[in-house]
Each structure stands twice: as C-alpha cells, then as structure tokens.
Design a protein around this ligand. Structure first.
Ligand code: FEO
Ligand code: CA
Ligand code: CA
Length: 620
C-alpha cells in the first residue's frame, strides 16, 4: 500500500500544476549561449575534475575551521570528521512535557501524545536567547512519511480518526528549551517555553490579504484569523528576535468531496490544489472539513504564507501576507542600507520563481519591530544572459493588492519573472552584500515550456546548482544586480560534459540536489543536500545525503558530514557561543532502510543532532 503513496514532488509532477509561460526574452537559450554565458561569469571549466586538486589533506576554510573532509558513504549513521562529535538531542515523539508517554515504537504514538511531543520530519530551525538567557530552539516539522508514521498499521496508512489526527499533530512547529550539561545538550522538559504550534493553532493575519474576500471562510467571515500552519519547510529569523516559518507544499493536503468530477479553477491549478479532487494521502478532510475544497473553497488561500512567531510565545503568531503566497522554501532576512528589512524567498516548484520583499518601514535596533514585515513591496527576479538581473515589482501585474499577494505566482508570471530550477533556500552573506540561492534540480528543464535560460542552463538538471547575486551599490534594496554561479553540481567520475559539474566539483566532494544553505557568522557557506541517495548511475559515488562547507571566496567545497540512510540533511543553527552546531536529520529510512538513531530493529526517527569539536573550539 505504502508504495502507492507519492512524495510531494511526485504528486506535483504527476498532476503538473499549470506551468507558467516564460517571456520571449527568456525562452530558447541554446546550449551555446549557456556555455558562453557561464564562461562570461568566470565559471571556466565544465569538464571532469579539471578544477581543484583532490583534497585529502586537512582543509582550511575562511574562518580557520579545519577538518579532514569525510568520504561519501552509505552507512546508517552520522559521519563527521575526526576531531568532531555528534550527539542526538531530540527525536520525533520525544515528549516536551511530563505526563506524556515516551515514544512507543510499537504504536508510534497517538494524537494525544504527538500533540505534546517533538513533531516529525524536523526541518528549518533556529536557536534564540530569550529573557534571562534561556536558549530556546524553534523548529519546523515539515511533514510525515506515511509508511513510517503509520507503519504499525496493517494498511500502512492513516485509517482511524486518531491516526489522521496523529499525523496532523506531527506537523507544524515545536518550541523547546535546551540546556547544555557536561558537554551534552538536552531538552528542558516542562520549560514554560515548550509548546507546539500545529495545523489547528490560531494565527493573526497581517498585510494586504487581511480582510480580503479571497481568504474569508464560514469560520472566519472577516478574513482575519487563520487556523494552522503546516508543511513548514525552511525558516528564517529576524534581527529583532522572531522566527519565520515557511509554508511550502500546502497544496496536496486538500481534496474534494466531488472526487474526480471536481473542476479546478485556474488559480487552484496554478497552485496544484486538488487535481482531480485528490490529495496526497494524509486524509485530513476525514476529521477536518476545512480540507475539503468543495465545502471550503477559500481555505487553500489561507496557506502558503510565511508566518512570524515570537519564540517566547507572548504574542499570537501571524501570517505575513505581504510576502506573497507560494511554496515558500525559506525566508532569509537582511537589512538594506537605509534600514528597511529585505526578505528573500524561493518558490520550490519546477519552473517557479525567486522573490524579494522590501519593507516600507525601517528596522529600529532595540525597538519594537514586530510590525515591520506587515507592509512592503514584493518583487520577483529576472535574470538576463549578460550576468545582470533585475527585481521586478508585482505592483505592475495589474491585479488588486490582495489578489497580487494571494495569487503571487500569477502576478509574477505577468511581470515576466525568470523560471527557475526549484528555488530552495536563500542565504545572505553576513559580511558583504551578496546572496545565494540553491536551485535543487529540475528534471523537466528543457521540456514543457521550461526552456533552458541563462540562470538555469542545463536541460534535465538532475544535479542542481547554486546561483549568487551582488546587489547594485551593495544594497539589498536595489532593484538591479549582477549574478553568476557559485557551483554547478555534477558527477565528474561518469560525465565529461556539463553534467560533470563546475570546476569546483571533484570526485572527492561531489553531491547532488543542494537544498538547505546557510552562512555561519564567519561567512562560511554550509550546504545541505536533499538528493538522490541511490549511489548508482548518475549518482554513483555520492552516497547518502550530506552537508558540505563552501568557501565563497575560493569556490572550494568540502564534505563535512554524511547522514544516515535515506535521510535528508536540513536545518542548521548554532548555540550562542558558536561551539555547538545543531543539524537536522530528516526522514531517515523514508523507504524503510534505516533504524537511525535508535538502532536494532527500531523505527527510524527524524532528529536534531549537536555537532561539536572535541577540543571545544568554535564551529561557526
Ligand atoms: Fe521542503 Fe523545498 O524543500
Ligand atoms: Ca528543503
Ligand atoms: Ca528539497
């Protein structure tokens, strides 16, 4: 049964949300112009292993963090370099409060236990110091793996109402206080900060869609309060100490009671909601009628936003509708020269776009900035073939302000945005005006109206790439920029053409599908992968998903960590003293070939691990 359950990506690929048309300007770029374009950008070698020498020795990075790169492997464990340790801090189903049973491998918990325990599939996260110095981790729980979460059921999927509600409660966010004792990190059970934010929690609505007819429902006739956040993928955090969680694949949770007869509107089609009346398999509509689009047609419009959360829990979280509605990967916040807040966010779907929000008001250090992201202008990126680009305002789409935000994808198409290879995380350099986006892969590039373009130059881009831009005048609020590629992933052991990757890819550091990217405080770029871990064919020699460290000055990339079987590495943050790095291990054993971290024959569980140097030194 479980084999029939599609991944989010497969679900969307099968049902193909209506693909936007590209502008004539971007379409039909030949491979010749791709090569011309890349050499103009300084990426001279798309040839096998022609770049950096093999790095077997200690690698140095810009911060002085030295480590011996680890080899690719397919071991059901975490691998870190000699001189580093990793420790599991918190796992799916670990109770956040007393009185809740420990995770039961036989039942895999119930709706009641899950509601007060660490959620499933931890993703983006950040650590905050609050009040009198407590360290609080806020973390996204993106989704659940049906075959794992419900692997105890003979049907291998949610059947009873409790199953459905357990799966739902495994989504959302968790907030937990952590403490370091004797060199180990542990959760503080019953801390007043510990809580879950779930698909049923209440959110305020701010921005242009507040009060819009497009988000009004029977339960919320004013369009001002929304229940729930779910499929929270990447994240962001603000200089004013709040957490941003991004709602990504919200579409495939909705179905129609009309079944196959259901007719999608053009907007539902563009967002991939309820194709042929179908959802992916969580059955939330079984216990919550909101997820039946025939009964509540505006409910999907209430999801697909960035939400802002006060880590202390003192303020009601809110949906930031000024940042637009799409499949937000993460939300990278930086401050423009004049103090306005800038938030970059990618829309992770084949051929979708890269966005930037610029606030109207200015960040006031030490002041109350809680309303700063309520009001601003949303732009979308357009990349040209000469290595330049511009941010085009969605205000030019000719739609009303609320429509523009609710249907941001449609507005962005109207203003001529560049179709991208699945924009995942954006990372802004902490020491200079420069930003990076991971374009994870796009097997459809070169087909179905997704012609190659200068910024997405490879047909059938199975390996992905990372693109970077420098805003004009060193100001993130500028509307023009220069861009180039930081890396084209590839496999130089089996290819000698563009699929070998850029010159900074070697047999020793190759990987596929960059997804999470984040800078540490020293300006090192950490790269996490969510790719094909078959270790075969195009991906031979790459092993399990991994985390690498990139030097953005020299282009060097070294593998720092390899995850257990069938996991993805996603989510990264640091302790306040920068001596611990917290790394997320998501969906180990998604195809049932892992028992990490508990071993034996036990159920695999997503978890956060603490990585440290054995000499206690800085790690970012
Ligand atoms: Fe949830 Fe695009 O990764
Ligand atoms: Ca991701
Ligand atoms: Ca991904």
């Amino acid at each position: 049964m479980t084999d029939q359950i599609l991944s989010f990506d497969e679900f969307d690929d099968l049902h193909a949300p209506e693909r936007q048309q590209e502008s004539e300007f971007q379409a039909i770029v030949s491979r010749r112009s791709f090569l011309k374009g890349t050499s103009a950008l300084g990426l001279t070698a798309f040839v096998a292993a022609a770049g950096l020498p093999s790095k077997k020795a200690m690698a140095k990075t810009v911060s002085g963090l030295s480590f011996q790169p680890v080899a690719a492997n397919s071991t059901d464990d975490i691998t870190v370099p000699p001189g580093f340790t990793s420790q599991v801090v918190v796992r799916w189903g670990d109770p956040l409060v007393s009185g809740i049973a420990e995770f039961d491998h036989a039942t895999r918990g119930s709706a009641a236990t899950q509601l007060l325990s660490w959620g499933d599939n931890n993703d983006g996260m950040d650590m905050f110091v609050v009040d009198d110095g407590r360290t609080v981790l806020v973390c996204n729980h993106e989704y659940t793996n049906i075959g794992v979460t419900f692997g105890n059921n003979p049907e291998g999927k949610p059947v009873s109402d409790d199953d459905v509600n357990k799966g739902k409660a495994a989504h959302g966010l968790a907030v937990v206080e952590l403490i370091e004792r004797n060199g180990q990190w542990e959760t503080v059970k019953d801390s007043p900060y510990n809580r879950r934010i779930t698909p049923d929690s209440e959110f305020d609505v701010v921005g242009p869609a507040r009060g819009s007819d497009l988000i009004k429902t029977a339960a919320d006739p004013e369009g001002v309060k929304i229940l729930g956040t779910f499929n929270n993928c990447g994240n962001g955090s603000t200089p004013w100490g709040t957490y941003l969680a991004c709602e990504e694949n919200f579409n495939s949770y909705f179905r129609s009671s009309e079944g196959e007869a259901f007719q999608q509107t053009a907007e539902l089609k563009r967002y991939g909601v309820a194709p042929k009346g179908k959802e992916r398999g969580y059955n939330w509509a079984q216990t919550d009628e909101r997820f039946d689009v025939s009964k509540h047609p505006n409910e999907p419009n209430r999801h697909g936003w960035v939400v802002e959360v006060d880590p202390t829990g003192r303020r009601m979280p809110k949906k930031l509708t000024a940042l637009g509605r799409f499949k937000h990967e993460n939300a990278e916040v930086t401050i423009a020269k004049d103090g306005r807040a800038v938030v970059y966010s990618g829309d992770d779907e084949r051929g979708e776009f890269l966005y930037k929000f610029v606030s109207v008001n200015r960040y006031v250090p030490g002041g109350d900035n809680w309303n700063l992201l309520d009001e601003g202008e949303l732009f979308v990126a357009k990349f040209d073939e000469t290595g330049r680009g511009e941010w085009v305002s969605l205000n030019g789409a000719g739609m009303s302000a609320d429509e523009t935000m609710v249907f941001a994808r449609i507005a962005a198409s109207k203003v001529g945005a560049t179709s991208m290879d699945r924009p995942e995380w954006v990372a802004a350099h902490p020491k200079k005006a420069e930003a990076y986006v991971a374009l994870t892969n796009n097997s459809r590039r070169g087909t179905e109206g997704q012609a190659v373009n200068a910024a997405n130059p490879r047909e059938k881009n199975v390996y992905g790439h990372i693109l970077r831009w420098i805003p004009e005048g060193g100001d993130h609020a500028a509307t023009t920029f220069k861009w180039d590629f930081y890396v084209m992933a590839g496999n130089p052991t089996i290819h000698s053409d563009v699929y070998a990757g850029s010159s900074n890819i070697t047999p020793d550091n190759m990987f596929n599908s960059p997804d999470g990217i984040k800078f540490d405080s020293e300006g090192n770029l950490w790269i996490q992968t969510d790719g094909n871990y078959s270790n075969a064919k195009d991906f031979v020699g790459m092993g399990n998903n991994q985390m690498l460290l990139g030097d953005t000055e020299t282009g060097e990339i070294h593998r720092f960590m390899v995850g257990p079987n069938e996991c993805e590495i996603t989510g990264l943050t640091w302790s306040p003293d920068k001596r611990t790095m917290f790394v997320g291990i998501q969906h180990p054993g998604e195809k049932k070939n892992s028992h990490w971290p508990d071993g034996g024959n036990l159920t695999p569980r997503s978890a956060v691990v603490a990585v440290r140097r054995t000499d206690g030194g800085l790690i970012g």
